[in-house]
Design a protein around this ligand. Structure first.
Ligand SMILES: Nc1ncnc2c1ncn2[C@@H]1O[C@H](COP(=O)(O)OP(=O)(O)O)[C@@H](O)[C@H]1O
Ligand SMILES: [Mg+2]
Length: 230
């Protein structure tokens, strides 16, 4: 479904990605792993069109999407939960969710988001700025779902959240996987990632240096030490 081929991107004169390649099949959960500063967020930004790729190709459902503006990429069915969540602080929970709704009759409705995240039902009329970090992350995921994506990208899915709330997020992501959504996932909690993911891609200094499933990752402790620092 998503195909990233020899992707080059960076900021200003500084190259950051030097040929990243990986894919996410329909309904597959794939992680992007790698220590801080290795290019995970930059990869996500280049895929979403938030920075312009300098080389290589990004294909989604068979079509080239590199070079397209972000709103067109989103409309094709990629939902982003960005690093730092970035909900609209001065809109209520309800307004945040409705603001990104794709169209009436889509797969995702306000009610379906609330059944995935019951906590949000109690916070519908609260300003997003007043929600806890966990609730804001649920809202950010809900907002991305309201665009009716076939691929959801989460950059630092549980960063800064309390352990119990993290479990709520992992549970919700497992439900989304069950429902057939493709997910590209970035997080620091390797154990949780290994439980949910079909495959992992390790980034090192702007290159994809390894890919394999959870069993292969678990078996290769030298790899985890070298590229992930664990
Ligand atoms: N907005 C930016 N402007 C300039 N350099 C950036 C910017 N964002 C990230 N970088 C640099 O790009 C590299 C990769 O960063 P990033 O993709 O955020 O890594 P990761 O998400 O894996 O931690 C780092 O060296 C970082 O300093
Ligand atoms: Mg990052």
């Amino acid at each position: 479904m998503l195909e990233v081929v020899d992707l080059h991107a960076g900021y200003g004169d500084a190259p950051v990605l030097f040929g990243v390649g990986f894919g996410v099949a329909r309904g597959e959960v794939v992680t992007l792993l790698g220590r801080n500063g290795m290019g995970k967020t930059t990869t996500v930004r280049a895929v979403m069109g938030l920075i312009r790729p300098r080389g290589g190709a990004v294909r989604f459902a068979g079509d080239r999407i590199d070079g397209m503006p972000p709103h067109r990429i989103a409309r094709r069915g990629i939902g982003l939960v960005p690093e730092g969540r970035q909900v609209f602080p001065n809109l209520t929970t309800r307004e945040n969710l409705i603001a990104t709704a794709a169209r009436a009759g889509g797969a995702w409705s306000l009610d379906r988001v609330l059944s995935l995240f019951p906590r949000l039902a109690e916070r519908l009329d609260s300003m997003a700025a007043l929600l806890s970090g966990g609730e804001q992350q649920m809202l950010a995921i809900g907002r991305a779902l309201m665009t009716d994506p076939c691929l959801l990208i989460l950059d630092e899915a549980t960063e800064g959240l309390a352990p119990l709330i993290r479990e709520d997020i992992w549970r919700a992501l497992a439900q989304l996987k069950q429902a057939g959504l493709g997910i590209l996932l970035i997080d620091k909690n390797l154990n949780a990632l290994m439980r949910i993911a079909d495959r992992h891609v390790v980034l090192e200094k702007g290159r994809a240096v390894w890919t394999g499933d959870s069993a292969a990752l678990r078996a290769d402790q030298a790899l985890a030490r070298r590229y992930l620092g664990v």
